[in-house]
Design a protein around this ligand. Structure first.
Ligand code: MGD
Ligand code: MGD
Ligand code: SF4
Ligand code: MO
Length: 737
């Protein structure tokens, strides 16, 4: 009988359980990739509570990317114009340690920066926090979650007193009204969408509202699609609140007993009459009223959101404005209801638990809180005062820090900023100026490897055992099922070895990742994300487990009770919140609109996002035939009216210009986007297409609270280049992939 290894899909935050086994007949040609490597078999794990055996095309094809273009050895060069030369791990570690020591002596610890990723396992995150925030004393560890979930984190903290999505996936099948805003769930969280859509189809009374300037596959399935003008979400949400108040659909008892700051909010929403809101959002008053009626008449309302909300210069305010609606109608802490952020990456949640953003510490703590710092310092055996009280540099600060010379060493791991950062020309110029960049990735080349002095080969999914937490707080063990190729190592092992070589031998004396995890969970004791009952052993024997899971609850009897009784399924079921007064807090926000609104010179709003098959910068999905043929090339979606005005026809090459750069895309003329708005996918970096990088156009203006850049909107002009010049498969140099 074939042995299946249980693990988790390493792509999106839905966190589907997978089972993996070696090919049954490894020698058969059909069981091998184009390089002759056997392809592992992947199927859904029916026993995984989040996904119940389902997988989407990305999860199903993941194994095909495992052996293509892997980085096998540490490589080094003195300057970016030289070729890399292979070195031993010993030499690489020596070089890195010396460089860290030199920068620390000459510029101080504040000149050391790490830019990590929601694709780390929790153990990778934890070890990096201990090394940089603890031992070395700099909070300059940020992750690509800054571009992704940081507005949700800030919104939860400000409204509820703590981070942590309060809902669970079962709520998808218990709600009366699903309110999806700024999320293309069908393409980006497909298994969440499957669960919701199946239930919605069976239960005609259940309403689905989708708020998105594009008519996405998600919007197609909705009872009501509000194609608002980009950046008018707060107008819409306050407008819905205005009507709920006017029609008396509020929960005064809940507001009185469980919340604060309602009067300030009530004053704000007074100004959002249906006439004003319909004009601002460019929707009809009838549609606005329908949305408010669906919300008001439903016993249970669940809102789901993702990047259309978070990636905004008022991202935190948007998140809090969603939460406001739940607070005013008492829609939280009960089945089928609540504000539910859909996490982007597979372990951005674990990163938040482990303190993996520049303002956080492990166990949902923050660096600005003296007690939090002291708790961590004591636990790590450091002197009081060792952890800096100042939030570290964010991802974008690191780029500007390279420009000013304040960054002396940049260590990038599990992310590809030479594609995914805003204002890409500026980003690339800054990266070229870096005195010393270490880049730790599973693949070579990626766009970012061109900017590295040192390349470190990382073991990836299936090659290291560790833990990930999905959107519904479900913690799953991702077990290794194969050896890392050649000399690749797990990220945590690399950080730990550098720690030991810097003299912190006892701090990093871990024999395996289970020990790392066991140390980390102790720091969650008495915290909202209590995971002290969880260990690798427990996850292996009992399967995926949701937090909160305190130690005393982790005996098998109580755990299965809990799983049956639903005690840990939702947060805030007692309607008490981890704020100082136990009340959830209304946020009173007027809308500000886009950081770079369109004007006569740049008359279109460009929005950017994702396609079903591709994952981010294509390091894996670009190497999978099936997915490449699903999405062979980039494009720009333009409304047919705008296209007609500009004389653009389908498939014609269009030059898109913003204040920062230009890019070219074939036009996809469609009615599935609001006029005045255009869309390009984010997936094509310089290795995969010529001059079609979305981020050449975007800007880094950020939300003042979450410091998350507004990747969802910038002003552009469109220039038709010539008739029908399709940019067919520019991936020439990589056609052998
Ligand atoms: N297939 C696939 N799935 C993925 C990923 C992937 O790369 N590929 N990545 C994962 C990650 S890390 C993330 S963060 C998630 C992202 O998941 P989503 O947020 O669902 O995906 P996006 O396409 O980035 O953006 C969602 C929608 O926001 C809309 N939008 C733009 N501006 C506005 C606005 O002002 N208001 C509103 N209401 N909507 C707006 C866009 O039109 C778009 O349809 O997906 C995860 N899942
Ligand atoms: N215009 C625009 N830009 C965006 C967005 C957008 O919507 N629009 N979305 C933003 C968001 S939400 C996100 S999350 C980012 C994503 O952007 P990135 O993080 O840059 O994208 P990925 O392609 O996922 O890069 C992950 C890298 O990690 C490597 N990797 C995989 N597993 C491992 C591992 O275990 N260890 C190591 N060391 N490496 C590994 C992969 O090979 C890959 O190179 O993009 C952001 N940028
Ligand atoms: S829905 Fe997300 S986690 Fe599930 S198989 Fe697809 S990419 Fe993987
Ligand atoms: Mo993301």
């Amino acid at each position: 009988m074939t042995e299946f290894t249980k693990t988790l899909c390493p792509y999106c935050g839905v966190g589907c359980g997978l089972e993996v086994s070696p090919p049954a007949q490894p020698n058969k040609a059909t069981n091998r990739d184009s390089k002759g490597n056997p392809i592992w078999r992947v199927r859904g794990n029916k026993a995984h509570p989040s996904s119940q055996g389902m997988v989407c095309v990305k999860g199903a094809t993941i194994a095909e990317s495992l052996d293509k273009n892997r980085l096998h050895y540490p490589m080094v060069r003195d300057s970016l114009d030289q070729e890399f030369r292979r070195v031993s791990w010993d030499e690489a570690f020596d070089l890195i340690t010396k460089q860290i020591q030199t920068v620390r002596c000459t510029q101080g610890a504040e000149a050391l920066c790490v830019y990590g990723s929601g694709q780390f396992q929790t153990e990778d995150y934890y070890i990096a926090q201990k090394l940089f925030k603890g031992c070395l004393g700099t909070n300059n560890f940020d992750a690509n979650s800054r571009l992704c979930m940081s507005s949700a984190v800030a919104g939860y903290i400000q409204s509820f007193g703590s981070d942590g999505p309060p809902c669970c996936y079962e709520d998808l099948e218990l709600t009366d009204c699903a309110f999806l805003i700024g999320t293309n769930t069908a393409e980006c969280h497909p298994i969440v969408f499957n669960r919701l859509e199946k239930y919605h189809r069976k239960n005609r009374k259940v309403k689905m509202i989708v708020v998105d300037p594009r008519r996405t596959p998600t919007a197609e399935a909705a009872d009501l699609h509000l194609a608002i003008r980009p950046g008018t979400d707060i107008d819409l949400l306050n407008g819905i609140a205005h009507l709920l108040m006017h029609w008396g659909y509020i929960d005064p008892l809940f507001i009185d007993d469980c919340t604060s700051n309602f009067p300030a909010y009530a004053e704000v929403i007074r100004h959002y009459s249906p006439e004003v809101v319909a004009r601002q959002c460019e929707i009809s008053i009838e549609d606005l009223e329908t949305a408010a009626r669906y919300w008001g008449e439903s016993q249970r309302v669940l809102s789901l959101w993702s990047m259309g909300v978070n990636q905004s210069s008022e991202g935190t305010a948007k998140v809090r404005t969603i939460i406001n609606l739940h607070l005013m109608t008492g829609q939280v802490g009960k089945p089928g209801a609540g504000p539910f952020s859909l996490t982007g990456q597979p372990n951005a949640m674990g990163g938040r638990e482990a303190g993996g953003l520049a303002h956080l510490l492990p166990g949902y703590r923050v660096v600005t809180n003296p007690q939090h710092r002291a708790e961590i310092e004591d636990f790590w055996g450091l002197e009081r005062g060792q952890i800096s009280p100042n939030p570290g540099l964010t991802a974008w600060d690191m780029i500007t820090g390279l420009e000013t010379g304040d960054v002396g060493l940049l260590w990038i791991a599990a992310t590809n900023p030479a594609v995914s950062m805003p204002d890409l020309e500026r980003t690339k110029k800054a990266l070229l100026r870096s005195p010393f960049t270490i880049y730790q990735d599973a693949y070579y080349p990626t766009e970012t490897s061109a900017y590295a002095h040192v390349l470190l080969p990382a073991a990836q999914w299936g090659e290291k055992t560790g833990v990930m937490t999905n959107s519904e707080r479900m913690v799953t063990l991702c077990q290794a099922f194969r050896q890392p190729p050649r000399e690749a190592k797990a990220d945590w092992e690399i950080f730990a070895e550098v720690g030991r070589r810097l003299g912190f031998t006892k701090e990093f004396a871990f024999a395996n990742s289970a020990e790392v995890y066991a140390e980390f969970v102790q720091l969650t004791s008495d915290r909202p994300c209590n995971m002290t009952g969880i260990s690798h052993e427990l996850l292996q024997s009992q399967g995926a487990t949701q937090w909160p899971c305190p130690e005393e609850s982790s005996t098998s009897a109580t755990l299965s009770d809990q799983k049956a009784g639903g005690e840990t399924k939702r947060l805030y079921t007692d309607l008490r919140f981890p704020t100082s007064d136990g009340r959830a807090r209304f946020g009173a926000y007027y809308s500000k609109g886009l950081a770079e609104p369109p004007d006569p010179n740049y008359p279109f709003v460009l929005t950017t996002g994702r396609l079903y098959g591709h994952w981010h910068t294509q390091t894996r999905t670009g190497r999978i035939e099936k997915i490449r043929s699903m999405h062979p090339e980039p494009f720009i979606e333009i409304h047919s009216r705008d296209a007609a005005n500009l004389g653009i026809i389908d498939n014609q090459l269009v030059q898109v210009r913003s204040r920062r750069g230009n890019a070219n895309f074939p036009a996809k003329v469609t009615k599935a986007i609001a006029p005045g708005t255009v869309f390009v996918p984010m997936h094509w970096g310089a290795l995969w297409a010529k001059d079609a990088e979305a981020n050449t156009l975007t800007h880094p203006e950020s939300c003042p609270d979450s410091l998350q850049p507004e990747l969802k909107a910038c002003a552009v002009q469109l220039i038709p280049v010539s008739v029908e010049v399709p940019i067919k498969n520019y991936q020439l140099q990589f056609s052998q992939w």
